[in-house]
Unconditional design. Sequence first.
Length: 111
Amino acid sequence: MAGTSIAHVEDPVSAVFGNPATLTTYYGGTNFMFGATFYMPRAEMRHDGSAGYATGEATTLVNITNGATGNAAASYAFNATSKADVYAVPTVAVTQDLTGLGIPVVLGVGV
């Protein structure tokens, strides 16, 4: 578990989303943090046609008695690549110490 920030809080975002128990380290005012992560999913699929061939008209798994010919496995083959754009995933976290109100707790909200 080396390198994790679950037990030791690194920032308000980690406290709010990772381990809310670490909000107790944020005494003395308001802490605000925002940021973004850019996410670009890339997925590629290559299909050799074997699954389509198994469910096609004529296969070695199906006995055709009327003499019909089925599609070859290669006719079901395809390649596909995602065309997803870049997405900005926002991160916002606010922690507020409420001891001035007579409530000895720390509140954290994140989006």
